[in-house]
Design a protein around this ligand. Structure first.
Ligand SMILES: [Zn+2]
Length: 283
């Protein structure tokens, strides 16, 4: 077991929220919406318009794009980003409303989807179907690492144009979506690449390993239900507490699972970064 780490939801956590929401709210009709923290609602400009527009619509499917949730309704798409600590939970309407609950979607069956966000950084945007693809925040998102489009070739093509260090490049959502600090550290460890390696200098063998490692790391975490993490929710309003399968993130001072050297923590691009000094030697 690794340490308990607190961090932001990444692709696997959002994927888990998406899957759980699909089991809980698909087919439910919104009777009304209440917003108690207007700044969560980014589009339309007036929260009242957001509430009015959603009233009477039925949730058809919850999808994911990068770290965004897309709630598809009949004739509308709501794009939601959990940011640091946003959480969804489904409750019966007479259950007490917990602190930091900012948006409530009241359904016509007496249940509610509640959005809770202690840090208040989460966002919601409402669009007509299709409109979401051409506008912020989804418009410039990069490649989905668990899609068929993500190949060694497409990864190589993206990285060839980037001179910055590989770690910040992998964190950049305009290049590849869904990776955050945890899974970038894990993928670089697994592929034995130092985070300060210039992205455009990766060799064919490194690119192949990195491609495999990104997919493996994310899939493993998706299978585990999103690794860990105090601040994320499984969609039923429960604090997600999953088994960690982290090999390097949060493991500083512990022996590397491959070579026994102690894992080190440094700062790369302002982010806490975990490496094995032996396995991830710089070329
Ligand atoms: Zn090692």
């Amino acid at each position: 077991m690794g340490n308990e780490v607190i961090t932001v939801p990444e692709l696997p956590e959002v994927e888990t929220v998406k899957r759980t929401l699909n089991t809980l709210v698909k087919g439910k009709k919104i009777e009304r919406v209440t917003v108690s923290l207007p700044r969560i609602i980014q589009r339309p400009a007036e929260p009242e318009m957001f509430c009015d527009a959603l009233t009477g619509h039925t949730i058809q499917e919850v999808e994911r794009r990068g770290k965004f949730l897309l709630v598809r309704l009949d004739g509308l798409v709501m794009v939601s980003h959990l940011r640091m600590e946003g959480r969804y939970g489904v409750y019966v309407s007479d259950e007490p409303i917990e602190k930091h609950t900012h948006v409530i979607f009241h359904f016509d069956d007496g249940t509610e989807l509640r959005y809770k966000d202690v840090r208040q950084f989460g966002t919601m945007h409402l669009f007509s179907p299709g409109e979401e693809k051409t506008q912020a925040p989804l418009q410039k998102l990069g490649i989905e690492p668990l899609s068929e489009d993500f190949t060694v070739e497409s990864l190589a093509a993206k990285l060839r144009k980037r001179r910055s260090f590989i770690k910040p490049v992998l964190l950049n959502q305009h290049i590849i979506v869904g990776l955050g600090n945890i899974y970038v550290d894990e993928a670089l460890f697994r592929s034995k690449i130092h985070p300060l390696t210039p992205a455009d200098s990766l060799q064919a063998d490194q690119l192949a390993r990195l491609h495999e490692a990104i997919i493996f790391t994310l899939k493993q975490a998706v299978d585990a239900g999103g690794s860990s993490i105090k601040s994320y929710v499984n969609g039923q309003g429960e604090m997600g507490m999953f088994q960690h399968q982290l090999q390097v993130y949060g493991q500083e001072g512990k022996p590397c699972v491959r070579c026994g050297q102690l894992i080190e923590k440094s700062v790369v691009g302002g982010r806490g970064t975990h490496t094995c000094p032996s396995c991830q030697g710089r070329r």
